[in-house]
Design a protein around this ligand. Structure first.
Ligand SMILES: NC(=O)c1ccc[n+]([C@@H]2O[C@H](COP(=O)([O-])OP(=O)(O)OC[C@H]3O[C@@H](n4cnc5c(N)ncnc54)[C@H](OP(=O)(O)O)[C@@H]3O)[C@@H](O)[C@H]2O)c1
Length: 306
């Protein structure tokens, strides 16, 4: 899956690409499953040109699970035939493919209890949720955390991590997601518009906005004096507003990648479950990505099967 210039879904196409000789520190993986993240279409739209550059065509896709085909120099931890999962670096992408070359530091062995699809859904959303809930919010038995948008991939992993670490979790989501998040242990669950009730239910030790829709000034008002507002959708305005307060924490998936082994362990124990909405054959990837991008998608991740 590649694109020849930055733009909309119409820029995506299938193409042949010959992978170069494998560099030291990298592994080549035969992809079995790859999950579609919002990041994938944002990068194709040109959201991070400074990182992705102006050389085309570029590949697409970050999170994958598969079987090691070849290992580069200096790698002793992986062997051909190992079942693994991981993520491709933002500047290279390329997981929506039959084969992907990845930095071995961003790949780990797949627990036997997880399917390839379940494992492919983990890296970016779970690493982001980890960085937010464990790293920034420091969830623990005495914390009360409010998650704005607790139903998406990042939100549902955040709920599970916070609950695993003993925190009490309140949250907001769309009406079609309410039943699912209640059964995941979020209580109470609010509509996004229910601002007075969200405030009365606080104050909170941490507010995690997964959607970038809660104004930072409003989020800060919901906090206890030492609480923090955690953001994963930075805009210059939000960052400026947040940095003034000192209680604003911006986190990225990249912060949590080093914690993938811990995340994998919790997932293998059944405490962190991937929500898979749809599995589609790789041949249908163009339509699947376009639909996800335009909001025509089921609840849960869409996974491409290679
Ligand atoms: N800073 C970082 O490194 C980082 C890392 C990962 C993600 N992000 C960003 O964080 C945001 C959330 O990412 P995500 O992967 O959690 O996104 P997601 O899974 O697409 O979920 C986002 C929201 O979409 C809504 N949604 C769920 N199912 C839907 C459906 N069938 N149709 C339409 N909407 C649906 C949900 O809200 P409702 O309950 O209201 O429907 C959900 O909270 C994105 O903007 C992403 O780019 C940033």
């Amino acid at each position: 899956m590649q694109f020849g210039r930055y733009g909309g879904p119409e820029e995506m196409s299938f193409g042949q690409h010959t992978l170069p000789k494998l560099a030291p520190g990298r592994i080549r993986v035969r992809v079995k499953a790859a999950a579609i993240n919002p990041l994938d279409w944002k990068l194709r739209q040109g959201a991070m040109k400074v990182v992705t550059g102006w050389k085309f065509p570029q590949g697409m896709g970050s999170d994958f699970a598969g079987v090691v085909e070849e290992v580069g120099g200096g790698i002793t931890y992986f062997r051909a035939g190992d079942k693994v999962f991981g993520t491709a670096e933002i500047r290279r992408q390329g997981a929506f493919a039959e084969l992907v070359d990845a930095d071995a530091n961003l790949v780990i062995h797949k627990p036997a209890s997880l399917s390839f699809s379940e494992a492919a859904c983990i890296p970016i959303p779970a690493a982001t949720a980890w960085a937010a809930i464990i790293g920034a919010a420091k969830a623990g038995p005495k914390s009360h955390i409010f998650i704005n948008g607790c139903s998406g991939a990042v939100g549902s992993f955040a709920v599970q991590l916070a609950r695993t670490y003993g925190a009490r979790v309140s949250g907001s989501c769309g009406s079609s997601s309410t039943a699912a998040v209640k059964s995941a242990g979020v209580a109470p669950v609010f509509a996004y518009t229910d601002k007075a009730a969200i405030s009365l239910n606080g104050p909170y030790d941490a507010v995690f906005d997964t959607l970038g829709t809660l104004p930072v000034s409003e989020g800060l008002k919901l906090l206890k004096p030492k609480g923090c507002f955690v953001d994963i959708n930075p805009t210059p305005g939000r960052m400026l507003r947040g940095f003034v307060s000192g209680r604003y924490k911006l986190v990225f998936a990249t912060t949590g990648f080093k914690d993938l082994p811990d995340i994998s362990k919790i997932a293998a124990e059944g405490k962190l479950r991937s929500s898979i909405g749809l599995e589609v054959p790789f041949a249908d990837a163009l339509a699947a990505i376009k639909d996800a991008e335009l909001g025509r998608r089921p609840a849960g991740r869409i996974v491409l099967l290679m």
